[in-house]
Design a protein around this ligand. Structure first.
Ligand code: HXC
Length: 260
């Protein structure tokens, strides 16, 4: 299907890509865009020929935030009764396959939050991150206060959220928010595609299991988290690919995954 605010593609075997495409508004995340994004992610999540998903924007903007013009007139009762922004969480609750964010240009407010919802964050050194909501008389509403704080620590997150100051992709990498910052947009897109291809070369069962257990570390205490990991680890002995992978190692050849 074709979308109004997105482009979708399959740049490599096993890799699905969603490109936010609302250039006139620097990819501001209006509700219809989020609805389309959820749809596209659900499609890739259930596609047999996709193991990994890339979410990206343009060179100029990953996303400049939630749509300020859409939010401006919203009342408390509308926001509360219609659970404004809740649908954004589908990305973290409904997609089992890893999502790689490739961020170039602006990733502000909801744009920064969207990037942080993804499983691996890559960016350009010059990317422009920030949670500027305070300047609009509001606060982050799509997990920014929680995910930024977990990623870079309380004091720095507090400083950024209270001042609304932006930070660069180079800083994001230095502080551990981004896994890697690349010197150019081209290098970013090449790098993210390469990582996606590497991951897509493994067993889908193991990929999904690995994502699940790493994400549990964000919700559970250490003891519960380690126990959870062990349960999932045990269950993977029920997969064909665990037998295939270990047998291939012993026989010094490349594993041919069945994804079963
Ligand atoms: C709606 C937006 C927008 C946004 C940009 N535009 N950001 N529209 N919502 N978040 C629109 C502009 O109105 C303008 O439309 C067009 O995109 C180009 O933007 P310019 O400002 O002309 O571009 P530039 O001068 O290059 O400045 C880029 C910018 C600036 C620094 C990114 O646009 C900006 O500050 N944007 C807002 C960033 C922000 O505050 N984000 C947080 C939003 S709150 P026209 O029609 O005039 O050409 C948020 C809350 C999250 O995200 C909580 C829950 C999710």
């Amino acid at each position: 299907r074709s979308y109004e605010y997105l482009l979708t593609s399959k740049p490599k075997p096993g890799v699905g890509q969603v490109t936010l495409n609302r250039p006139k508004a620097l990819n501001a995340l209006c509700t219809p865009l989020i609805t389309e994004l959820n749809h596209a992610l659900r499609e890739f999540n259930s596609a047999d020929d996709v193991s990994v998903i890339i979410v990206t924007g343009s060179e100029k903007a990953f996303a400049a935030g939630a749509d300020i013009k859409e939010m401006a007139p919203l009342t408390f009762s509308e926001a509360y009764t219609k659970s404004f922004i809740e649908s954004w969480s589908s990305l973290t609750t409904q997609v089992k396959k890893p999502i790689l964010a490739a961020v170039s240009g602006h990733a502000l407010g909801g744009g920064c939050e969207l990037a942080m919802m993804c499983d691996i964050l890559y960016c350009t050194e010059a990317a422009n991150f920030g949670q500027p909501e305070i300047k609009l008389g509001t606060i982050p509403g799509a997990g920014g206060s929680q995910r930024l704080t977990r990623a870079i620590g309380k004091s720095k997150a507090m400083e950024l959220i209270l001042t609304g100051k932006s930070f660069s992709g180079a800083d994001a990498e230095k502080w551990g928010l981004a896994a890697k910052a690349f010197p150019s947009y081209e290098a970013l897109m090449e790098g993210v595609t390469k990582t996606a291809e590497t991951i897509a070369g493994y067993s889908k069962v193991a990929i999904i299991g690995a994502k699940e257990v790493v994400n549990k570390s964000q919700d559970l205490g250490l003891r519960d988290g380690v126990e959870y990991e062990r349960r999932v680890f045990h269950s993977i002995f029920g997969s064909q690919d665990q037998k295939i992978g270990m047998k291939a190692f012993a026989e010094k050849r490349k594993a041919e995954w069945t994804h079963q």
